[in-house]
Design a protein around this ligand. Structure first.
Ligand SMILES: C[S@@+](CC[C@H](N)C(=O)[O-])C[C@H]1O[C@@H](n2cnc3c(N)ncnc32)[C@H](O)[C@@H]1O
Length: 377
């Protein structure tokens, strides 16, 4: 007779592994966000410190601080030094690991993402997962009364954390992006929903003949202008004044510019299929206008470059499936798509895929460049 247990497929996870994942899943983001606020990384930069020293500098309870650092050390952030004085928690010493050392960089991706996930507006949405699963709609709008981007427009502090997290994510990928794709083939490259412009400015920096257009919502474009005005020394400033236009607008309406190369990075995952098709069709129109307006440029090979995570066909350890649920909770029917799903939307918008390249060699990271060409040009 079939044993009760035999009816279920065996799995590699144990209950203890799951418990560990569950508890850490709740705690690691707020803990990273807190240690960066307390500037613990800065205090450890010139060498290990004991808990008493750190608690005095950060105005924290020594025992509680020890327990926080011990948990973070268990996932590779900080490292506890073994020693004979370890009986008293206050005497225990911690030093930096490479992961924690990098938190002192303003644009560190892990730190900025932890701060984003620690925002009350995000935590409230995530706590309402059941709403999303029940309705298929986004919990962010349900609990914050506005969709994500309208909310950010009205909440400048949250918008700053969001934009910094996106910039940090892009900055961590810049080196690989410009080494695996040749952007010099274009005359004018537009970055749609380009955020604070770190990707476009990097590409323009390494391709001196290229012109660029940074296109985003008005409140994002205004914030870039403010950042640039505040910085006296900034290479971006020179590029922006000579080779890049900042354009404010809405990518669901036709674009007020023409380009032969269009990048769209980490945007498609925020929207449902119909919305993505509207954006892609606007991209096609902009590409066609460029071609029409530049008849002397015979060898134009216009392209749409999508930079996004591709969901592997087989459910495995990629971060895609967790990010996909985050998109369900936070965005307007956004999702992480498979190659087939990208292909279908592109075909319905007048493009087809010509090339796909993985951006990262990390087996967990499926961020890829999808190059698409207009089907009828
Ligand atoms: C997830 S962020 C990605 C930012 C940037 N591309 C990156 O990879 O760091 C999505 C971007 O789309 C922009 N966006 C959202 N709705 C938009 C709209 N209707 N028109 C233009 N940009 C929009 C947001 O302001 C934001 O900068």
């Amino acid at each position: 007779m079939e044993n009760n247990k035999d009816r279920f497929q065996s799995t590699t996870a144990t209950a203890a592994t799951l418990l560990d994942l569950m508890i850490k899943g709740q705690l690691i983001s707020p803990a990273i966000s807190l240690v960066t606020k307390l500037k613990i990384t800065e205090y450890l930069k010139d060498g290990p410190k004991n808990v008493l020293q750190l608690s005095e500098k950060t105005n924290s309870n020594p025992s509680a601080l020890y327990r926080l650092l011990r948990m973070l050390s268990s996932v590779g952030i900080f490292s506890e030094i073994e020693g004979k004085d370890n009986d008293d928690e206050k005497d225990r010493q911690f030093k930096l690991t490479t992961l924690a050392y990098d938190f002192s960089d303003e644009k560190n991706m892990v730190k900025n993402m932890a701060q984003l996930l620690d925002l009350q507006s995000f935590k409230n949405a995530i706590n309402n997962l059941s709403y999303s699963i029940e309705s298929g709609k986004n919990a962010f709008q349900h609990v914050n009364d506005l969709n994500l981007f309208d909310f950010l427009q009205q909440n400048k502090d949250d918008a700053k954390v969001f934009n910094n997290a996106m910039t940090a994510m892009t900055t961590s990928q810049l080196a690989s992006l410009s080494s695996i794709y040749d952007f010099s083939q274009f005359n004018c490259l537009a970055d749609i929903g380009g955020g604070q412009g770190s990707l476009l400015l990097d590409i323009l920096n390494t391709n001196s003949k290229l012109n660029g257009i940074l296109f985003d919502l008005p409140f994002v474009i205004e914030s870039i202008q403010r950042i640039l005005n505040a910085e006296s020394e900034n290479n971006g400033k020179e590029i922006l004044s000579s080779r890049c236009r900042l354009v404010a607008g809405d990518f669901f309406k036709s674009f007020p510019f023409a380009a032969d190369g269009i990048i769209i990075k980490n945007v498609v995952l925020n929207w449902d299929d119909i919305s993505v098709m509207t954006i892609f069709k606007n991209c096609l129109q902009s590409i066609q206008t460029f071609k029409r307006e530049n008849p002397e440029k015979q060898n134009l090979k216009p392209k749409l470059i999508i930079i996004d995570i591709i969901m592997p066909e087989k459910n495995d350890t990629s971060i895609g499936s967790a990010l996909d649920i985050l998109m369900l909770i936070l965005t307007h029917s956004g999702r992480i798509r498979t190659k087939k799903e990208f292909s279908k939307i592109l075909e319905n918008s007048g493009f087809h895929i010509s090339k796909i390249k993985r951006v990262s060699t990390d087996p967990l990271n499926f961020i890829s460049i999808i190059e698409a060409i207009p089907s009828s040009i």
